[in-house]
Design a protein around this ligand. Structure first.
Ligand SMILES: Cc1cc2nc3c(=O)[nH]c(=O)nc-3n(C[C@H](O)[C@H](O)[C@H](O)COP(=O)(O)OP(=O)(O)OC[C@H]3O[C@@H](n4cnc5c(N)ncnc54)[C@H](O)[C@@H]3O)c2cc1C
Length: 828
């Protein structure tokens, strides 16, 4: 064929069509959309999706993507007919726990700016007369939810794009790629080759296969999911409209329902996971779906046995269904990921290979726009850190992991998930060298990025009663917790917190992402990416923000200059590696190496830290001899250590790094040296509470690319006069403009209460912002919550309310940090 184009979109489902539509809107019309099926009903997942769009999500990003999908689909028109039926959405509770969860979801909606309401059982039945009000505790209603008519939407979007110049190639399969110098050069198709510098893989369940053709790993898992139509429902006889009933979710039974004219559709996630490799999906000629799903390659034959219990549950909630039967059913295939979020971005290994996979219809409008913006403008207006394909740790690409986690996510899709809930399998996956000692102290482990991380140590229960002349921490008031916030918590957390501030403790910091940046160009390279000045003498450590071109915070880093051309970077995770690698000079002057796994780290923190370290080390540890925010190579006993005088918990102390082989010895030496000083081990629970008390931000939780350092309270890290760096011009303008919003520190009026994060914050009764991190400040006796608020409400003393389940908790904007604002404890 010998065609060429600026972008080739592979897949004309809801995602590919939305991307084509938005590329065309942004002026990129030299685009080809290729699909192996007939366009617009290609036989992919979008062709059979019942199209329920429930916008509410614990994730702000996912809610924003869904909200835009609704906006887009309501604006689409196909030959005078709609592409979205805005019937509203109702989620019902059949247990008290679920009713609480619906209150929490109402809170998310308030936090993310979505209109919603809680309904009584009778209110629900008034809107969906088939529902038995006796069967439910209540409902949660979002009036703007509804039904996306996926195939009509695809048709409307592609026609629009076509009118602007986008070309469509149906019945054409992509069979491979030509890569040149690590970049996409051409796409091979059954209709010939297309020369192009960029492809966008929107191939849905076939995505992993298409990725493998180019050598790109797309860690997603196709799984079967049941959906069935009933025979006509007597109460709906003569229904002229496709749907007037709100869409319905019955999460306690892992199910959802919608009206189809005079019958109902019932979807279930109750059954066993049914994984399938992308390569094993039968082609259209051998597709096993029946009835209205015949010939669709994304559909497997219905397995009625798996539907027996869900059907019973559906009839209990909607009794009139008991007079009907299953008319047609399917086991439809779609994608699951380890965390429920899509996989988006451009491969770093194969430049020009872009991915938009594992996207529900619900988020497809937003994702298509985001991908178009990313391609054309280099950045999406919605922050995509939670969906970026480079958020994955290396092990998360392992097929065994992808299948196990995909299946787990299928099982949990409607479960009530606590913010601290760890993955169940595979564990333990990554352990620090201190693990045996932690197990011996009866650590309660949670998991993050595959790492086992102690949350507290049962051995520290002794701190709760007085011993050895040390104070007993139950003599100070430790606020109790409600059932939800008490999960994954113990009063020992408070005791570890207080004992660290009184004595000294070891914290395992091994899971912190660590990079080594070396080479003759290392300084210039890093300096050009970060906001703070790092051209300082060897031994200096600098805390800095790293921003994108718009001044949004991509990460916060701690950079230690260990040699003229040698920097150790404390980072936040794989996204930092991606950002650095993409900006690295093309010559050989900079080498970036991830050293997280092979390097362990102990935080030795507390007022007695100097005495403990001095007992096993000959270095000058005095305040003058080893200054705050400096690093030195020392020996601890016989262990070579890079020591940095820093603390994320606001205490005197050091972060002690060594290679993993020395880890146990380092622990044992410090433990023995600390015995006379009442040394203890502290877990993440205490660590987190102390960092919040001290006002230290966590990237990804408290701030991200939506925020400038000025807004996030990190203005002190921005040195506009240091020379050029990414984001400088935008930050100069932002500084002049002044912050539009601020990350503020709230203290709750009732210090015994606690919130968890992602709750809405109300000013004068209206939702104005949301909580990021929260904890009890056990040293200050306060309940602290960080939150984003418009700048006009950020003045200390401003009264606000935080929505917590069905309650409104009073709070006030306070000065910060709440603990040791004079920095006396660290600089001594
Ligand atoms: C039973 C069921 C019910 C669902 N219900 C809902 C719901 O109510 N709400 C919701 O939000 N989501 C729902 N989903 C999920 C939703 O359907 C999918 O996530 C979504 O349709 C995926 O869209 P897509 O564009 O990524 O993939 P698809 O629609 O599958 O499009 C991918 C396209 O890529 C093409 N393709 C693949 N390989 C190649 C190749 N080599 N060359 C050329 N073309 C290729 C395919 O032909 C296909 O057309 C449901 C899924 C199932 C299975």
């Amino acid at each position: 064929m010998g065609e060429s184009s600026r972008v080739v979109i592979i897949g004309a489902g809801v995602v590919g069509a939305s991307a084509a539509y938005h590329l065309a809107e942004l002026g990129w019309t030299d685009v080809v959309v290729v699909d192996k099926g007939p366009i617009p009903a290609t036989g992919g997942s979008s062709s059979h999706a019942p199209g329920l769009v429930f916008q509410t999500n614990p994730s702000k990003m996912m809610t924003e993507l869904a909200r835009y999908t609704v906006e887009l689909y309501t604006s689409l028109d196909l030959e005078g007919g709609p592409c979205f039926l805005q019937v509203g959405g109702i989620e019902v509770a059949t247990t008290p726990q679920r009713w609480r969860e619906l209150q929490r979801r109402h809170g998310f909606a308030n936090a993310w700016g979505l209109d919603s309401a809680l309904l009584t059982p009778d209110d629900v039945a008034a809107r969906i007369p088939l529902v038995d009000p006796e069967a439910i505790n209540g409902g949660y209603h979002v009036p703007t939810d509804g039904l996306a008519k996926a195939v009509r939407g695809v048709d409307a979007m592609l026609r629009h794009a076509q009118r602007k110049g986008v070309r469509l190639l149906g019945d054409t399969e992509v069979t491979g790629f030509e890569l040149r110098a690590g970049r996409v050069h051409a796409v091979h198709t059954t209709s010939g080759d297309i020369t192009t510098p960029a492809v966008l893989c929107c191939a849905g369940i076939w995505g992993p296969k298409v990725g493998r053709m180019a050598g790109v790993s797309i860690p997603v898992q196709p799984l079967g999911h049941q959906y069935a139509w009933t025979t006509p429902v007597e109460q709906l006889a003569g229904a002229g409209d496709e749907a007037t009933h709100p869409i319905l979710r019955h999460q306690d039974a892992s199910m959802y329902m919608r009206q189809h004219f005079d019958s109902y559709g019932v979807g279930s996630y109750q059954h066993r996971p049914m994984p399938l490799r992308a390569e094993d999906i039968p082609p259209a000629e051998r597709a096993t779906g029946a009835g209205r799903y015949a010939g669709m390659p994304s559909v497997m034959a219905f397995t009625p046995d798996d539907f027996a219990k869900p059907w019973q549950d559906a009839c209990e909630l909607l009794p009139p269904l008991a007079d009907t039967k299953v008319d047609t059913g399917m086991n439809g295939l779609f994608l699951f990921t380890h965390d429920g979020s899509p996989v988006l971005g451009e491969s770093r290994e194969v430049r020009g290979f872009w991915v938009a996979e594992a996207v529900w219809v619900t988020h497809s409008g937003g994702v298509g726009r985001a991908m178009a913006e990313w391609l054309v403008e280099g950045r999406s207006q919605i922050d995509l850190r939670g969906a970026d394909m480079h958020r994955y740790e290396h092990f998360q690409h392992a097929p065994a992991y992808v299948e196990a986690r995909g299946a787990q996510n299928f099982v949990e899709v409607y479960d009530i998930i606590h913010p601290l809930q760890p993955m169940e399998e595979p564990r333990p996956l990554r352990t620090s060298p201190f693990y045996p000692r932690q197990v011996a102290q009866d650590a309660f482990f949670l998991e993050a990025s595959g790492w086992e991380r102690p949350h507290w140590f049962e051995a520290n229960a002794t701190l709760l009663s007085s011993s050895d002349g040390e104070p007993a921490y139950d003599e100070r008031p430790i606020p109790g917790r409600d059932e939800w916030s008490a999960r994954y918590w113990s009063p020992i957390v408070a005791a570890e917190h207080l004992a660290t501030r009184d004595r000294v403790a070891l914290y395992d910091m091994t899971s912190l992402a660590k990079l080594e940046v070396t080479g003759s160009g290392a300084l210039r390279f890093l300096d050009g990416l970060v906001t703070n000045k790092i051209d300082k003498p060897v031994g200096a450590v600098t805390y800095t923000a790293m921003c994108d071109e718009t001044g949004g915070i991509r990460s916060d880093l701690t950079i230690a200059r260990l040699g003229e051309h040698h920097f150790q970077v404390g980072a936040n995770g794989p996204l930092d590696v991606d950002w650095l690698e993409r900006h690295k000079p093309t010559d050989e002057s900079v080498i970036i190496r991830t050293i997280t796994g092979g390097t362990c780290c102990l935080g030795l923190w507390g007022p007695r830290a100097r005495e403990v370290l001095a007992a096993v080390c000959e270095a000058d540890l005095s305040h003058e001899g080893f200054r705050f925010f400096t690093a030195r190579q020392i020996f601890v006993g016989e262990v070579p250590v890079t020591a940095m005088r820093l603390s994320y918990v606001g205490e005197l102390g050091w972060e002690l790094y060594t290679s993993a082989d020395y880890g146990l010895r380092l622990w044992d030496l410090l433990w023995a040296a600390g015995r006379d000083h009442g040394i203890l081990t502290g877990g993440r629970g205490a660590f987190n509470a102390m960092r919040i008390e001290k006002g230290y931000r966590a990237w990804g939780t408290d701030m991200w690319a939506d925020h400038t350092p000025y807004e996030a309270g990190l203005g002190f890290t921005v040195k506009l006069d240091k020379g050029p760096f990414v984001g400088r011009d935008a930050l100069a303008a932002a500084k002049q403009r002044g912050p539009r919003r601020r990350l503020v520190c709230l203290t709750l009026d009732d210090p015994t209460r606690l919130v968890m994060g992602s709750e809405p914050v109300f000013v004068d009764g209206s939702a104005a912002g949301f909580v990021t991190s929260a904890a009890h400040g056990y040293s200050t006796g306060e309940s602290i919550a960080y939150a984003w608020l418009p700048a006009e409400h950020a003045t200390p003393g401003t009264g606000v309310e935080i929505g917590y389940f069905g309650e409104r908790l009073g709070a006030h904007v306070g000065s910060e940090p709440r603990f040791d604002a004079e920095m006396k404890r660290m600089r001594c």
